[in-house]
Design a protein around this ligand. Structure first.
Ligand code: HEC
Ligand code: HEC
Ligand code: HEC
Ligand code: HEC
Length: 209
């Protein structure tokens, strides 16, 4: 038998060709998917709407996650706001699409952001960080890897105790990248709670700038 005569019918050739085509299409759409995901995770993308609409970007640019002695962008907007797991990420992307409509209708503007919108949005985002125990912060910061012995004693103690106290990073680090709504700027969670056993207070500026 001569194997080299096969495939007998030229149609059979369609199978490997079809497979190849499917592979190429698959690769292209995967590429497009990642392209869209990467693009929409970019600071430039977030900036494009939030600049001129609110003061979020400018505040972030003053923060240590954008400017610091090391000169690294420590965290992009998406690092803190978009989960890395596929399904939660897709949910955020889809629900965030509704933001486009708000943007287009111009509901939120520099002159009404602080009073009419920030309290609502901050409350919502804060709740997310409380519910997921500040999961996005922990992509980068792991308590287990903190050199607690090199932190101030009171700080180390807070980090050490936070899990058993069921705390979330932003219980103490609210306002780490943005100003807090005016109504909350006076209440400082890090200072009001968890101070029973501590006498000396660390700088409150960094905790609640
Ligand atoms: C198409 C314009 C647009 C783009 C692009 C955009 N945003 Fe927004 N964003 C908005 C608008 C408008 C709101 C307010 C939505 C509302 O009023 O509910 C908002 C609200 C938010 C909120 C608060 C949502 C909440 O849960 O209450 C976060 C966090 C946020 N944006 C982060 C981001 C990040 C991170 C990016 C980039 C990955 C981004 N945005 C890109 C327009 C945009
Ligand atoms: C280091 C993490 C971090 C980074 C980086 C960050 N955010 Fe946030 N963001 C938060 C947290 C935490 C909150 C909840 C309120 C608070 O504590 O400030 C928040 C709140 C918000 C809100 C709700 C309104 C408000 O004033 O609280 C919006 C909108 C938002 N972020 C958008 C962005 C955009 C756009 C960027 C990039 C320009 C960005 N964030 C960068 C952590 C971050
Ligand atoms: C993508 C990685 C990343 C994410 C996400 C991230 N951080 Fe950071 N964070 C860093 C790096 C890197 C630094 C060090 C910047 C420097 O050199 O000062 C830092 C610095 C800090 C500091 C020290 C501030 C100071 O003034 O020295 C605090 C507090 C902090 N982060 C809290 C948070 C909290 C809370 C969140 C979640 C809301 C968060 N970070 C999310 C990478 C990240
Ligand atoms: C019970 C309050 C509390 C909790 C909860 C907490 N922190 Fe802190 N953290 C502090 C205080 C106080 C400081 C010292 C002042 C400062 O630098 O902000 C601090 C400092 C830091 C620093 C700077 C350390 C350094 O060596 O410069 C980082 C980074 C940080 N915290 C990250 C986190 C992250 C991430 C979480 C959540 C996993 C977290 N913290 C939870 C209170 C807390």
């Amino acid at each position: 038998m001569n194997w080299w005569k096969k495939p007998n019918s030229k149609w059979l050739l369609g199978i490997p060709l079809g497979g190849m085509l499917a592979f190429i299409l698959g690769a292209l759409s995967l590429g497009a998917y990642h392209g869209v995901m990467d693009y929409t995770n970019n600071n430039a993308f977030c900036f494009s709407c939030h600049i001129g609409m609110d003061t979020i970007v400018e505040e972030y640019q003053q923060s240590v996650h954008f400017n610091n002695t090391k000169g690294v962008i420590a965290a992009t907007c998406a690092d803190c706001h978009v989960p890395r797991e596929l399904i939660p990420k897709l949910i955020v992307k889809i629900t965030a699409s509704a933001d486009v409509i708000h943007k287009l209708t111009g509901d939120i503007r520099l002159d009404n952001f602080e009073t009419e919108h920030r309290p609502r949005l901050a409350k919502h985002v804060t709740q997310q960080f409380i519910d997921n125990k500040s999961k996005q912060c922990r992509y980068c910061h792991q308590i287990e890897r903190m050199e607690l012995e090199n932190q101030a004693r009171t700080t180390a103690r807070r980090h050490q105790m936070m899990e058993e106290r069921g705390q979330s990073c932003i219980d103490c680090h609210a306002g780490i990248a943005h100003k807090l709504p005016q109504s909350e700027q006076s209440s400082q969670p890090a200072q009001s709670e968890n101070t029973q056993d501590e006498s000396s207070e660390p700088s409150s500026r960094a905790v609640n700038p």
